[in-house]
Design a protein around this ligand. Sequence first.
Ligand code: PLP
Length: 449
Amino acid sequence: MLSNSLVELDRRHLIHPVASYRGHEERGVTVLQSAKGVFVTDAQGRELIDGFAGLWCVNAGYGQPSVVAAATEQMQRLAYATGYFDLGSEPSIRLAAELADLTPGDLSRVYFTLGGSDAVDSAVRFIRYYFNALGKPEKKQVITLEQGYHGSSTTGSGLTALPVFHKGFDVPLPWQHRIPSPFPYRSPEGEDHRAVTAASVAALRDKVAELGADTVAAFFCEPVQGSGGVIVPPDGWLRAMRETCRELGILFVADEVITGFGRTGTMFACEHEGVVPDLMTMAKGLTSGYVPMGAVVMSEPVYQAIADGAGPDAPVGHGFTYSGHPVSAAVGLAVLKLYTEGGLVENGRRMGERLMAGLGALAGHPLVGEARGRGMLAALELVSHKDEKRKFDPALKLGERIFACAYENGLIVRAFPDGVIGFAPPLTCTPDEIDLIVERTRKTLDQVL
Ligand code: PLP
């Protein structure tokens, strides 16, 4: 009964993110009721294993007592403190210091946001301030990757390259540009990894030359592209792009909103290649989805240029009411402890190997064109013809079918409309839980068509 009335209320009042409004009105909502560990229970009492950690965010799993206690204690002690007026709170200061410690190289200055989209927005604003402060106000253009996702704010949706975020919204903006993704399975260079990387470097150089080096501010990329279909670049790609940005005099921004906090087997994905970006954006795993929070972390030189540019006592006009919210920061500190002292990054690394082995074994399935991933971030790409790598006809609505079929089998995955299945399980998974995800995926593949 409760569930029926909720479905009706939802239909009438709640606008869902990236949903077909009419389709959703017709289908109605499935209400999730509770969760523990890696299992979610819906309002019908069905228990599902969460192979996607909510929306690639619940890295520490559900119902962690230390996280709940940290939030409760902080709410009781000091529910809110602004960072304006030279005020602050202990958790936000400590979390900033821990992030400065955990992020690579000279990334040392942290601005807190509410999530990933405003972390990207903030990065763009800081970059503009930086170049204006350096006396290079013409450096405004930003280059991103096709299939990239950088949020759905007014700025970020245009840096995002997925057409659904553009249609009807009048983006991208004139200063937002793109180059092709490093996608070995589908790139013209084929599976020759060196050639894929060389093509990306050449594309970046060409784009900067076309726009004029003096006008380009930055290159943003995800170290592994998530929402574009879990696209894993070749080894060496990230380092090559970072070096190229340095040579071209443009800032390199790593958007680690998905890849951060153990998702790919290291604390940050940049670490796989010893890359130190000029700025890093993060969210999701920062609080493991328990409460909203994101951050942009900038290098010491970027911070110093902004601070010098503002002068001895003039404000840098960028601030949110909830920047460094003490409850979110307390949760962040408790979650970081689980990643480090609790061994979750290490467990995620080991479970990622098991997940990749399991999905790799499904690559022989007649529907699977490729199994790919890094750590606990993985995908199966389904094709209608393996040799030709042909996609299924969109009229089949394969994504919807996969999601529904997996759900029936007790599994939540991300089913992209074009037939890519995304996996991002909590890093807390046991070997048996990973095997269950793989087994339920196999069953879904057998039944979906
Ligand atoms: N950047 C990347 C790489 C993301 O994957 C996302 C969200 O999925 C965002 C930015 C936006 O984050 P949010 O949804 O928290 O605004």
